[in-house]
Design a protein around this ligand. Sequence first.
Ligand code: G3P
Ligand code: CA
Length: 241
Amino acid sequence: MKIWGHRGAYSSAPENTLEGFKLAAQMGADGVELDVQLTKDGEVVVIHDETVDRTSNGQGWVKDFTLSEIKKLNFNKRGLTEPMFMEVPTLAEVLELLKSTGLTINIELKTGIIYYDGIESIALKVVEQYGMSDRIVWSSFNHYSIQKIKRLESSSRTALLCGGGILVTGEQCEKVGAEAIHPSVHMLRYPSLVEDCNKRGILIRPWTVTNDEELKLAESFGVDSVMVNQIDWAKDVLAYG
Ligand code: G3P
Ligand code: CA
């Protein structure tokens, strides 16, 4: 079972920052999960929320900032780790950083609240420029985004997100050509979902696994990967029980 760092190394560094992704690689993660949105000038930036308010010292919608404007904000809002100033990374910067590692990169297209027209093709082009298509897993709660990725690049590895009131079946994954389902870890308590996906050969990668019981439950179901906030803890539990 592989370990993916949720939003980088969420428990140890500000989420979705280059510092967090670097730390995830140093901690020995097999992959990282990140979230993308589009700036006013059409740049793919790595940020979870549609606004910058929660994670930076600024305010406003990501879609209303140009890249140079959003780059001026400090995303090390709490200042608990060095350096004191951390900027929002572009997708290209994360790929550049992780290019020399073997990490899988799960790009979650945040197209559920705001639909960023064209984000799928723009993000695909960025990945192609780095020649890293085979290292990417595209996921989204928005099935249209996943269908679009598959239509634009049929060999793309994709997954449907499930949880938070949005239920997904193995059959739906098959229909959009998704190789995997990424369910909230709580969904593992519904054996029918696991059985259905296993039967169809759909890989299962739950998020966000935060305690020993959940980690062992995921392992007992033979899931492909787990997304965790604390990479070192997960590695220890899996190694030593
Ligand atoms: O991709 C899995 C997980 O990250 C989805 O939830 O809110 O953390 O993006 P969220
Ligand atoms: Ca996410």
